[in-house]
Design a protein around this ligand. Structure first.
Ligand SMILES: NC(=O)c1ccc[n+]([C@@H]2O[C@H](COP(=O)([O-])OP(=O)(O)OC[C@H]3O[C@@H](n4cnc5c(N)ncnc54)[C@H](O)[C@@H]3O)[C@@H](O)[C@H]2O)c1
Ligand SMILES: Nc1ncnc2c1ncn2[C@@H]1O[C@H](COP(=O)(O)OP(=O)(O)OP(=O)(O)O)[C@@H](O)[C@H]1O
Length: 328
């Protein structure tokens, strides 16, 4: 057997049923003379058509990655290929799906557009986080909190080596422009355009010290220092616990430009949907509770229109849609 023309890697959500999409990708990749890989740990969730490889060999072989899941899965896929040019395509199996553009019903169209070169690459910056000799990456945010839940944390801030005050409260968030719509937004921080390289610092429930958001430049060197001589703090990268910040120790955060390329088909439409999703987050009702307010006949009509639109787009082979944005 000859060399595959290209190799695609799958990163899958731990529990969501993604097999239909795996089958579509598998058929497509094999028809085009490519190879499809998954990490050994994910193999039981994707069926026998996908070659399982050891985690450390996986990334080296990839020409592209497809994430089947929500924002968390997408962040994990992005972290895998950080610093490489490997494009990442996100298929949304999540509830919010802020970072992922393609709904499962748009997957075939997306793959066709991908091989036709009909897409753009959206670069995302990330944080390089250094804690002593240890390093990690975050695409959304780094959060420093007390090591015990519900206790307050005291954190000193240094920017470019100069002391800039301290935080005392539940936590302090440092976010990239991508992460500005996640925890930072929930904590009252500003939304930052991806075209404005910057580091935003936002306190969570501040008791004293710095009590509002600060937006720093993309090349500023940020250091959080644990001023205590007794207690450790803990820190998280993209919502995942990473380690402890020992008494007296500093955590350095630097923004790295263009660390990963995300595949986009309709960047303007995607941005428009992000804005709608963001405004929905501010409503006091969950989406299912909002639906209860819509009269049944309107709901049925909306479902019918959505199905007709998806079918028309499938036949046209043009840009898909996951339905019209909800009325604001
Ligand atoms: N109070 C909060 O809002 C809160 C608390 C902890 C963590 N988080 C966020 O969760 C992120 C990790 O995401 P996850 O999906 O693994 O965890 P998760 O499953 O706990 O999801 C948190 C929510 O944040 C959304 N989200 C993730 N990245 C986003 C982004 N860039 N813009 C807008 N929304 C986004 C997700 O879709 C999800 O609804 C962390 O980076 C952090 O920003 C938020
Ligand atoms: N391949 C994976 N392996 C291990 N954990 C994962 C993987 N994919 C996702 N997770 C974790 O599972 C959780 C939920 O994943 P994800 O955010 O993708 O789905 P969701 O919560 O349903 O979607 P959304 O974030 O859009 O609401 C996250 O905390 C994420 O870090």
């Amino acid at each position: 057997m000859g060399q595959p023309r290209y190799t695609v890697g799958l990163v899958v959500h731990p529990v969501k049923p993604v097999l239909d999409s795996v089958r579509i990708i598998s058929r497509f990749v094999h028809r085009h003379g490519g190879a499809l890989l998954v990490r050994e740990d994910d193999a039981p969730r994707v069926g026998p058509d996908v070659e399982a490889v050891a985690a450390d060999a996986f990334v080296d072989r990839l020409d592209a990655v497809v994430s089947l899941g929500g924002d968390g899965t997408m962040l994990g896929a992005m972290r895998l290929v950080v610093g490489r040019s490997t494009p990442v395509l996100g298929v949304n199996y999540g509830d919010v799906g802020f970072l992922v553009e393609v709904p499962p019903e748009g997957l075939e169209t997306a793959l066709n557009r991908l091989v036709a070169g009909d897409y753009t690459l959206e670069p995302h910056s990330c944080f390089q986080v250094l804690n002593g000799g240890e390093e990690c990456t975050a695409f959304n945010d780094v959060v420093i909190a007390a090591s015990e839940p519900l206790q307050s944390a005291t954190v000193d801030l240094f920017v470019n080596g100069a002391r800039h005050g301290y935080y005392r409260g539940d936590a302090v968030i440092a976010c990239t422009p991508t992460g500005s719509t996640a925890y930072n937004y929930a904590a009252g921080g500003p939304v930052i355009s991806p075209s404005a390289p910057s580091i935003t610092l936002t306190p969570v429930a501040p008791m004293s010290g710095i009590n509002r958001s600060v937006v720093l430049g993309g090349s500023d060197a940020v250091e959080f220092r644990n001023p205590s001589d007794r207690v450790s703090l803990r820190f998280m990268a993209d919502g995942t616990p990473v380690g402890l910040l020992r008494p007296g120790v500093g955590l350095s955060v630097r923004l790295i430009d263009d660390a990963v390329n995300v595949v986009r088909f309709e960047p303007t439409l995607h941005e428009q949907r992000q804005r709608v999703k963001l405004s929905l987050l501010d409503l006091p009702l969950r989406p299912d509770q909002l639906l209860d307010l819509v009269p049944p006949q309107l709901r049925e009509r909306a479902e019918q229109l959505r199905a007709e639109r998806i079918e028309a787009e499938r036949l046209r082979g043009g840009p898909w849609s996951d339905g019209p944005p909800p009325a604001s």
